[in-house]
Design a protein around this ligand. Structure first.
Ligand SMILES: NC(=O)c1ccc[n+]([C@@H]2O[C@H](COP(=O)([O-])OP(=O)(O)OC[C@H]3O[C@@H](n4cnc5c(N)ncnc54)[C@H](OP(=O)(O)O)[C@@H]3O)[C@@H](O)[C@H]2O)c1
Length: 280
């Protein structure tokens, strides 16, 4: 069925996540508040933030200013590395909820796997499971997990993550990870879905964009939707927030194939500290 701006993906625990959300990494202060308010007043139902973005208060303010009822919108936050561990992550969510000015988040993620001490990520996951049972988050997931790390987690725990939020765009087509997550019932959420605006001048992308009379950003986002990914493009610019929502169109199989094969395939977000050993 054709997706619209109101379409949602059903997670493995039955929670519905809007396919389109607003990213907020590097959105700060008044600009962050205004962009969140603007997005929520213009059809977006989903905002992505993180403890590490230092803007949960501004996201909460932007939501409040929009006047949207809490139950109409979907808010994600993430446990930052320094807050991992069973007790610390539970405590840190209290602060996130206070800043976001809400009683619960819709999705709570482990922001990065702790590679040097994976037990800490397992303990964090157990905290997330308990927080979900307490109703403080409606769904739980991971971010920046490779398949070996997901499987390592799954060997230790019973609850399967609902989401794996990873860098994913036409210049980082993680086909194998997508298949692996799909097999395990995990929805992929694409971050940096327009490759941070750094690849718009690529000739092949431009060619497809011209054919559909769309911008390269819109084609990149439509490609994600055609692969059934949730997308969270970031912008603090009103016209680009609107542009990034006009993405619910089908791409022909031939064009999808062209976009699947764009080169070079490069990762833009390497991760801080000791990131996972990426497969590409
Ligand atoms: N889990 C993680 O580890 C992780 C890592 C990275 C990102 N994320 C999440 O994913 C979100 C999106 O990723 P991202 O912020 O890295 O990159 P992105 O959404 O791919 O790109 C954002 C950049 O593109 C610009 N832009 C936005 N729309 C545009 C358009 N239509 N035309 C031209 N330029 C445009 C933005 O500038 P303006 O704001 O000036 O428009 C910004 O500089 C983040 O904000 C964050 O919420 C998560």
């Amino acid at each position: 069925m054709k997706k619209t701006m109101k379409s949602t993906a059903t997670l493995n625990n039955g929670v519905e996540i809007p396919y389109l959300g607003l990213g907020t990494w590097l959105s700060r202060g008044r600009e962050c508040e205004q962009s969140v308010e603007f997005a929520l007043r213009n059809g977006y139902d989903h905002i992505d933030t993180a403890q590490g973005y230092d803007n949960e208060r501004q996201v909460g303010n932007g939501w409040k200013a929009s006047g949207r009822p809490r139950e109409d919108i979907f808010i994600t936050t993430k446990i930052t590395n320094s807050n991992q561990g069973y007790d610390k992550s539970k405590l840190s969510l209290e602060k996130s909820l206070e800043d976001l000015q809400t009683d619960y988040v819709d999705l709570l993620l482990i922001h990065w796997p702790n590679i040097s001490d994976f037990q800490r990520s397992i303990d964090t996951w157990r905290a997330l499971v308990d927080l979900q049972d307490q109703g403080l988050c409606r769904s739980i997931g991971v971010s920046n997990f490779t398949t070996p790390l997901i499987d390592r987690l799954l060997r230790e725990v019973d609850v399967v993550p609902a989401i794996n939020q990873v860098e994913f765009h036409t210049f980082l087509y993680q086909k194998q990870l997508l298949e692996d997550c799909h097999e395990r019932g995990i929805q992929i959420e694409a971050y940096s879905p327009i490759a941070k605006g750094k690849r718009f001048d690529h000739e092949g992308l431009q060619h497809v964009a011209k054919k559909y009379e769309r911008s390269p950003a819109q084609v990149m986002l439509a490609w994600c939707l055609n692969h059934d990914l949730v997308v969270i493009p970031k912008s603090v610019n009103e016209s680009r927030i609107i542009e990034n929502a006009d993405i619910f169109f089908d791409l022909d199989d031939d064009d999808l194939q062209v976009l699947d094969n764009l080169q070079p395939q490069t990762r833009l977000v390497k991760g801080a500290g000791s990131p996972p050993s990426w497969e590409n």
